[in-house]
Design a protein around this ligand. Sequence first.
Ligand code: AVJ
Length: 327
Amino acid sequence: MAYRFTDLLPEDFSDSALRRDVLDGLVDRPKTLPPKWFYDKTGSELFEEITRLPEYYPTRSERAILQANAAGIVSGSGARHLIELGSGSSEKTRVLLDQRPGPGSVYTALDVSESALRQAAEALAVTYPDLVVQAVRADFEQHLATVLGDPLTGRGEGGRLVAFLGGTIGNLEPQERSVLLAGVRAGLDPGDAFLLGADLVKSPQVLLPAYDDAAGVTAAFNLNLLQVLNRRLGADFDASEFAHRAVWNSGQARIEMRLRASRRTSVRFADLDLAVEFGEGEEMRTEISSKFTAERLEEELGQAGFGPDGWWTDPEGRYSLSLWRPV
Ligand code: AVJ
C-alpha cells in the first residue's frame, strides 16, 4: 500500500526562510540562528551519529520509555489516528505503531524535509501494509490548524494521538512553545490526546558532555551550519576561524550551542549582498535545548488548555514522556 504525500510548503519555503533568519539573526546582537538549518544531508547524518554517542542519552532514553509504555499510551488513547510533528525518520514511532489498534489505522507524518518524509513513508508502507500512511511536508509552526483540522487526520472522530517526540520542544523559545501548544490544543477534540517527549533538568556534568562529546561529533554538527550557509547563501565562512561551544544557561534551564569566532573576521554573504562582522571571541548562538521539570511542563501545558494524563521517565529520571488531554 503506497502512501499519500501532501506538500503545504511553497517551493522556495526553505530559501526565503533561511534568508529571513540570516537577515534577522546575524545583524542583531547576540547573533542567533534557529537550529532547523543544521539539518542538511550532512547535518542529518551527523545527528544520527550523535544519537549513538555514549554521552547523548535523550534518544536512547526516549526509546526505552516508549518500549516500556507504548501499549499503555496507545491503548489508553485508543488512537486510530497517530499524527507526528517533526517526524524525521519515524524510526522511534514504530514502537507506537506496533501497538496500533488494527487495520485501517492512520499515521500522518509532518516534517519540513521531503526526502525524510518519503524515505520514512516508503519504509513504513512495507513494514505495516495495513497502515494508511500520510506524509505532509509542512512547518508545524505554521500549518497545525490545516493538518489537525483535516478530516483525513480524523478530525471529529475522537481518539487521535498527536505526538511531538525527540525533545524538539526544547529547541523552541518559551513564546514559540506557547504558540505551538495553543495550535495543538486548538486542533484537538475531547477524547484526543497529546504525547510529548521532553528532556529533564539535570546536572551540567551530564548535560554539557551530551552537547560537547569527546569524539567531537556535536562540534562537527554545529560547525556544519557554516557549510550550509556557504553553500546556500554564497557565504565565505572559514570554519577554522570558529569553535564549537556548549554552555549551560542555568537561569533559563537550557543548553545553548554557540559558534565562537577565534579572531576578528568579516563574512560576506554574496546572495544577500551582506557583510557580517565578528569580533574576536564573539559568539553566534545556533541552538537552545531547554530542559524541563514536571512542574514546568504542567504549567506550560496547563496554560495551553491541557490536563495531565500520564507521566513516564527512564529509570535514571533523565528524560520524560507525558500524555496530555484537552481540558
Ligand atoms: C533535535 C532536540 C533532539 O536538542 O537535544 C543534539 C538536537 N543538538 N545535539 C537536542 C541536538 C545537539 C536535539 N534535538
